[in-house]
Design a protein around this ligand. Sequence first.
Ligand code: PHE
Length: 340
Amino acid sequence: MREEIKKIKEESLTLIQSGLTRDELQELKVKVMGKKGSLTALLKQLGSLSSEERPLVGQIINEVRASLEQAWDEKMKELEEQALLKRLEEEFLDITLPGIMMPRGHQHPLTKVIEEIEDIFIGMGFQIAEGPEIETDYYNFEALNLPKDHPARDMQDTFFITEEILLRTQTSPVQIRTMEKLCPGLPVKIIAPGKVFRNDDDATHSPMFHQVEGLLVDRGVRMSDLKGILLTFSRQMFGEDRQIRLRPSFFPFTEPSAEVDVSCMLCGGKGCKLCKGTGWIEILGAGMVHPKVLEAGGYDSVQVTGFAFGMGVERIAMLKYGIEDMRLLFDNDLRFLAQF
Ligand code: PHE
């Protein structure tokens, strides 16, 4: 039996060192020291030995078992360390490598300007209103005191869809739609940003562009209120030093009407290329709402008055950012857009 023990010990030690995998090593342990292992089998045979031999052989088996376990443990630990090192090597991440930059988008300059205009007027208590881009002749013209044969219709080269349906040429129809909705509520105090369309295309005109309409209807609204609101707007938009001036003009839906100029944001009013030497730059049209327009909106033009204005967003953006060709705003060239 001693021979057998020796043989198991030597064979096992050789096997443990023979470069087994962890699984094979685990199998070997079961084969030798497991419940049905070869060494365990010898332990069970102790009973057949003489009473002098039994304790001696038993002790030898236990010693062999202990030394095998130790050799096995050491080998297993070594293999596990190797495996860990290998994994660390394979999964190595060089966190000092430069990353891949994800390009980040931002708002279009026109969207920025529209939101800035909205913020300024919301700050003065205006609400945002909207209307359809496809309009009827009634809202775009007729209700705004522009009957079918009115010569002022020529000012706005219209895209007609049918005789009665068109692409709105201005945001002014939202004046009528809003009054209809709110009447007889007071005040009506809204701005209406949106797209408008005219058959026009050059460096300062695009067939689609944006306007922001303004409308304030209440008891006792005066032209000085209009002037105050527009001065506040101009200063917040173009700088605290700006002045404005109103020049007489004509719109069928306002009476009196005015073109509104702001003192040049580039030269401060001395005269330069931007303001063509005048010191002033036109930024919008405005006026007191025509009684017929108030009536079309459902209001009593004896009881209430109002003012309205309309500005071109592209023009404001071009002035604010010094853009010389309006078409740049619609070309979607990233080299241009990335500058804002
Ligand atoms: N709707 C006019 C235009 O497109 C602008 C305007 C709006 C003028 C409101 C006066 C009052 O030119």
